[in-house]
Design a protein around this ligand. Sequence first.
Ligand code: WAQ
Ligand code: MG
Length: 248
Amino acid sequence: MRASKTVRSQKEIHISGAEGLYEASDIQRTVKSYIERALRHPKGQADKITLTIENIKQSPEEISALPVSTIDCRSPSEGLEIANTLLQSLGISKKAVGTAFELIKKGAMRGAAIITAKKGRRLEPDKERGVRVSRLGIKKTALRSLSSKLSRSGINTDTVKEAIILASKVAAYPAVSAELCISDDPDYITGYVASKELGYLRIPNIKCQKSKSGGRAFFVKEGTDVQELINYLERVPAIIGKITLSKG
Ligand code: WAQ
Ligand code: MG
C-alpha cells in the first residue's frame, strides 16, 4: 500500500506505505487495515491510496527474527550519540553515519538509502525515493510467539513488529553491516540500530515529538553489487519462521 497527499505546490508527499506476505485468506482483513492506516495517519489524511496485490509463487526464504533489546535513552542528543557509537562499533565510518543522519534529518524519503560502510557513498539509483523493502512476513506461529514476548515488555504493536520483520530481512543479507531507522511519524520517537551482530536495538527518545524528519539507511560493505541487493530487498520473499530470545 502506498498513500500520498498533494500539497499546495502540487507536490505529492508521501504519507504512509506498508507491505507484507499474507495468506490469500487474509487479503480482505489486511487491505482493510492498510486503508485505515492511510486514512488515519499522523502525517495527514491521504488523498491517493495505491494498492497492489500479487500472487507470489516462489516459496519464501526462511529467516529468523533479530533478538530485541531496548537501550536507556532520555534525549535526542543522547539517542544520536548512542546510534553513532553503535554504528561505529559495527565498522561504519563517521562519514557514512554522517550521510545517514543528514538524510534522516531532511526526511521525505519513501524508502531507504543504501550507504557504503567506509566511504559513505549512496548506491540507490533513485535518491529521492530510496529502496522499498517488500515481500516480507512472519509465520503465524512465530507471530504468536513474538507478540507474547513483546507484550511482556509492553511493546506489542504493529509498528514494532513490522520494524522487526523488516530489520530481520535486511540483516539476513550477507553484505549488509547495519541499519539505522528513525520513524518519520511526528508522534513516534523510538528508533533503532539493527545488525546481525547486535540484534535489534531500540533507542527511545531519538527524536523530538512533532518532528517529521525520519528515514532509513542500510549500510553495506564496499564493493556490494547494488542490483543484486535491491533484487533481494524488493523481490525475494522472506519470512520469519523462528523467534530468538529477546535480550530485555
Ligand atoms: N523499505 C524501505 N524503507 C522503508 C520502508 C520499507 N518497506 N518502510 C519505511 N521505510 C523508510 C521510509 O523512508 C520512511 O520514511 C522511514 O523508513 C520510516 O518509516 O521498535 O515506523 O514506517 O519501537 O515511519 C521503528 C521503531 C519504527 C520501532 C519505524 O518507520 C520500535 C517506523 P516508518
Ligand atoms: Mg512513517
